[in-house]
Design a protein around this ligand. Structure first.
Ligand SMILES: NC(=O)c1ccc[n+]([C@@H]2O[C@H](COP(=O)([O-])OP(=O)(O)OC[C@H]3O[C@@H](n4cnc5c(N)ncnc54)[C@H](OP(=O)(O)O)[C@@H]3O)[C@@H](O)[C@H]2O)c1
Length: 259
């Protein structure tokens, strides 16, 4: 059991933002099933409490704490409340994300740009900075950013989103460099297309859906649960030598896009 035990998260406390549904919910469940106490967070208290309730029914220790990650005071409150309630923060998954504007770069409203950067990137910096001293005090921690394939390549009509996701990749590297001394490892997951609310519009349009699936060498989008195992790996000692890395989890999409 020497290697298997490395995946064990018993005694660890994990915060997952944007966990009321989609990828975040699956990651929260995954971390919880491997033994972590999970703080399920999103903008809506009722929604996170509902997810926490379901997790508890499955034997996972979970609570819901509301946090709009675009607001600094709420980010601080999320970390403070978790530390006050559980005495530690071992794992932070910066998953909450948004894409309010789909359209030409030259017509992009700056409010939409700013909102995208605040929710997708600034929040990851702030939450990590608030969590850093708490992690350090307890001997270390793991931070996981949910970036995207869109952080690796350019695409039409999604400039602000893509810029924010690319920013997360460099944040991952800088945090890894600065915080290795504090035993904090930082890695990123770059999902391809996942069947969540965020991709509902694409999936409901038969033509777009077909185009997407044709580009993916596995021929289909991912299910949210297919992101959770990688998060467990990065949150656990099974990845103890990994930091500053970003991992594609995209059904081979990025390998085939130029074919
Ligand atoms: N789906 C994909 O194909 C895909 C691909 C690559 C990367 N990603 C990334 O994966 C992450 C999760 O996306 P998803 O597809 O699972 O989306 P989703 O199903 O739409 O879920 C988004 C989650 O984020 C929460 N949220 C939205 N805005 C928030 C805010 N300002 N503060 C706090 N929570 C907020 C939502 O809950 P409330 O409404 O309750 O706040 C929800 O729990 C995002 O960062 C996204 O960019 C997704």
């Amino acid at each position: 059991m020497r290697i298997k035990q490395l995946f064990d998260l018993t005694g660890k406390v994990a915060i997952v933002t944007g966990a009321s549904k989609g990828i975040g919910e699956s990651i929260a469940r995954g971390l919880g099933e491997f033994g972590a106490t999970v703080v399920v967070s999103s903008r809506k208290q009722a929604a996170v409490e509902e997810v926490a309730k379901q997790l508890k029914q499955d034997g996972i220790n979970a609570v819901g704490i509301e946090c709009h990650v675009g607001h600094t005071d709420q980010c601080k409150n999320l970390i403070d409340q978790t530390a006050a309630q559980f005495g530690r923060v071992d794992i932070l998954v910066n998953n909450a994300g948004t894409n309010p504007y789909f359209g030409a770069l030259e017509a992009m409203p700056m409010e939409a740009y700013q909102k995208t950067m605040d929710v997708n990137l600034k929040s990851a910096i702030e939450l990590s900075n608030f969590a850093h001293p708490v992690m350090k005090q307890n001997g270390g921690g793991k931070i996981i950013h949910i970036s995207s394939i869109e952080g690796h390549h350019a695409s039409m009509n999604m400039a602000a989103y893509n810029i924010s996701k690319a920013g997360l990749l460099m944040l991952t590297k800088n945090q890894a460099v600065e915080w290795a001394k504090d035993n904090i490892r930082v890695n990123a997951i770059c999902p391809g297309y996942v069947e969540t609310k965020m991709t509902k519009y694409f999936r409901e349009n038969e033509e777009i859906n077909k185009t997407f699936n044709n580009k993916i060498i596995m021929g289909r989008m991912a299910l949210p649960d297919e992101m959770a195992g990688l998060a467990v790996l990065l949150a656990s000692d099974a990845s103890s030598y990994m930091t500053g890395e970003s991992i594609l989890n995209d059904g081979g999409l990025m390998q085939a896009q130029f074919m």
